[in-house]
Ligand binder design. Structure first.
Ligand code: HEM
Length: 155
């Protein structure tokens, strides 16, 4: 993931492209998590809403509790888009979110796979509009979110 500050043009690109995703967050979030579970199937074991956990990915993806987690993730990404001019305002929340994810067993490396899956979902949503510049802008934004979450994970 890229680091560094976002340019004005990158911020505009992020806001514009998010409009297409925002219209159907659950669908695009499901594409993101379907990809994530293809890349790291063992992550499904961390979603323990039922006493015995889910027996497979489809069961997890179809459950009401997991659907809520998809909405939570998309809400956080949407908040980052809305706060793209003032990302430090989200830092405290994101560090605490990172801490919570360590507590539920998420490994730091998995945040990178989430980033790859986010780019995959954006590409699926945007098609040809997902240019190299758009990819770079989103990598940069996600990198900022993950840096804050990772700081919390280490605390
Ligand atoms: C490696 C991938 C991830 C795994 C395995 C994971 C797992 C979990 C689990 C087990 C919970 C607690 C149950 C629940 O609330 O549904 C949770 C909560 C949550 N997750 Fe994730 N998560 C992942 C990535 C993310 C990402 C990337 C975000 C946002 C950018 C996020 C946002 C949230 C939020 C907002 C909550 C609720 C926290 C609260 O209750 O205060 N998750 N996650």
């Amino acid at each position: 993931m890229e680091n560094g500050a976002l340019s004005g043009a990158q911020k505009e690109r992020i806001r514009e492209t998010w409009k297409a995703v925002r219209q159907d967050q659950l669908h695009h979030g499901t594409v993101l998590f379907t990809r994530l579970f293809q890349l790291e199937p063992e992550l499904v074991l961390l979603f323990q809403y039922e006493s015995s956990g889910f027996s497979d990915v489809q069961e997890c993806l179809g459950s009401a509790e997991f659907t809520e987690h998809i909405r939570k993730v998309m809400t956080v990404i949407g908040a980052a888009v809305d706060s793209v001019d003032s990302l430090p305002s989200l830092d405290e929340y994101l560090t605490s979110l990172g801490r919570k994810h360590r507590a539920v067993g998420v490994k730091l490396e998995s945040f990178k796979t989430v980033g790859e899956s986010l780019l995959f979902a954006l590409e699926s949503a945007l098609g040809d509009a997902f240019t190299a510049e758009t990819r770079d802008a989103w990598s940069c934004l996600y990198g900022t979110v993950v840096r804050s979450m990772s700081r919390g994970w280490h605390q």
